[in-house]
Design a protein around this ligand. Sequence first.
Ligand code: AHM
Ligand code: MG
Length: 341
Amino acid sequence: MAQRVGTTITQHILNQQRENPQATGAFTNLLNELIVAAKVISREVNKAGLTDILGSTGEVNVQEEQVQKLDVLANRVIIERMQHIGELCCMGSEEVADLIEIPHKYPKGNYILVFDPLDGSSNIDVNVSIGTIFGIYRKISNEPGVDYLLSDVLQPGIKQVAAGYFIYGSSTIMVYTTGNGVHGFTLYPSVGEFLLSHKNIRIPEKGKIYSVNEGNYNYWDEKTRALVDYFKTKDKSSGRPYTSRYVGSLVADFHRNLLKGGIFMYPADLKDPKKPSGKLRLMVEANPLAMVVQQAGGYASDGHGPILEIQPKEFHQRTPLFIGSKHEVSLAEQFISGQRA
Ligand code: AHM
Ligand code: MG
């Protein structure tokens, strides 16, 4: 069905689901509730500065509510809104060590929601864009009386049935895919609705931007350094040097490159022996964005192969990430796998 700019997100999801003969409405319900959670988080993010001004001792604000750190609050909002709707069998959050069970009093469903409630933690207190990242999987096990198995959660990203993110920035934007293209919506605060603003987003095949925390240069191996050096080297025929842009919020860096083209990377480094694969998490950060970028015509790799094909071994697993335009991510693979120096 044709979608015009200004279509509400609810209408868009319904239209997409109408084209799926197996749709029961469960998925629509799930996404709609997630959108409500994001609207609540967006409101809290927008008044974050005020909370500091109006709060008293830092523990209780003027409404006599606990003043919470925004990431803790975002995590709580998502869990509380999503657990009662009857569409999920469990959740997994970057902020919670264990998988999140659905309390006994609520009905269970056939989907699994994984999320990073507020990505870009170093930017939360300094008024720079932050966001929520999510991925949705369908339960695969079918054991009577068992809500879910670990294997239901630890599915490769390619099994996601939907993924996307919300950015709380100069405006609040939602970008999502259900495997049928990538669509962007902007929250119109006065109306309280997300309206279609970015129809069928396609990432340029080749970009001009590279995004990486170059402060880590001396913690990288030679291959990674050679890759970044390549982007900086002057060569008119291949359009180099590239431009560097790095906000430090994955969602914001990713979103810019999705619209403009280029590559975001968080390579493996030697900074912390406990994190040999870099900083970012496979299930709540890399996989959802990998599905989005793939649906937009781009590519995501761990330097050796597609992110979406990695079989997770544990929920909080980390992975090196190279994501964006096909041209630059393929180049990164060539450097990291040693085919090119
Ligand atoms: P977070 O989930 O705790 O916010 O950490 C992930 C963030 C990403 O948004 C961002 O790309 C990265 O950490 C920035 O890390 P660094 O400060 O090392 O460059
Ligand atoms: Mg994060």
